[in-house]
Design a protein around this ligand. Sequence first.
Ligand code: M6R
Length: 369
Amino acid sequence: DKGGWSSFMAKEVSEEPEAVAKTVLGRVRDGAVVIPELDGLDELFAGISRVVVIACGTAAYAGQVGKYAIEQWARIPVDVELAHEFRYRDPVIGPDTLVVSISQSGETMDTLMAVKYAREQGARTLSICNTQGATIPRESDAVVYTHAGPEVAVASTKAFVAQITALYLLALHVARVRGSMTAEQIARETHELEAVPEKISTILEREQERITQLAGWMADTRSVLFLGRHVGFPIALEGALKLKEISYIHAEGFAAGELKHGPIALIEPGQPVFVIVPSPRDSTLLHDKVVSNIQEIRARGARVIVIAEEGDASVLPFSDEVLRIPLAGALFEPLLAVVPLHIFAMGLATAKGLDVDQPRNLAKSVTVE
Ligand code: M6R
């Protein structure tokens, strides 16, 4: 039931605040992370020396965002790999490896085969999944469910923000077990996490109409590029995937620092480029580097659409459009910056008269390898 929305995707994007809130619900108490599903696993978390995240598509981008949080908070090295690549390359894993799989459906065959393989190699396995009782969680040692509710549209949206949320909760839980953060430090981050749903709602209220309009004007665009740095990089990849998937437009995401190593050659007058700008408050260095990337592409005629924090005026002289997100700590920006990109992909596909819920050639759940 679309509940009055024009598509399931529109409904599910509108549920992004709730997807985060419900995934946090009952798992944060007085600033501490409480995940009953992980009771009795302290020894496992204390004993691992690395984490390998495996997933496909959008879930893999959530994993890439999660890597920053797990490394920063829990101080464990994390590799993120596409499940189908991991499975067929003789990876070095063992009992000290925690393999975290991420899957909305819990039925993705590529991910399932990789989880089974990891277990056979003696690794410990934890599943982050949105579907109760699905095959992947059943095949894993532990599961942390995302509570995004059923996702029907082929394009994953609310599950993505819920996956990042679950990874952050996991990272903070492991940080507590391993003693890499104090209770106060954890409380500061859980507080930030609890504030995310409201901030996503603000974006939906303030920017949705304008982004949809912008997408409508761009219905004839043949190619769109996305740039991001640090946690903004996987968000750029996610923005590009969503556009390819439902609007059939060529799109690519790049790490902003990679521009001069090749992609800048693609920039010609009129080329639309989305740039995710890190907050200037957390790292002026990172922020200023991205702003100088914007200047470089602008000088070559790119049409620059930036996603930037409220109040960041430094981007104004070099941007054609500025989409605003509320202030948040650096690691929480991806949960906000992705929202305009989901709205944009949906707006563009709609403007082209396409079925946003059922894109050609794709299935919601990929149950073959
Ligand atoms: O059900 P899963 O999370 O395992 O699915 C993984 C990918 O197939 C999925 O995220 C896909 O990339 C989406 N259609 C992207 O929007």
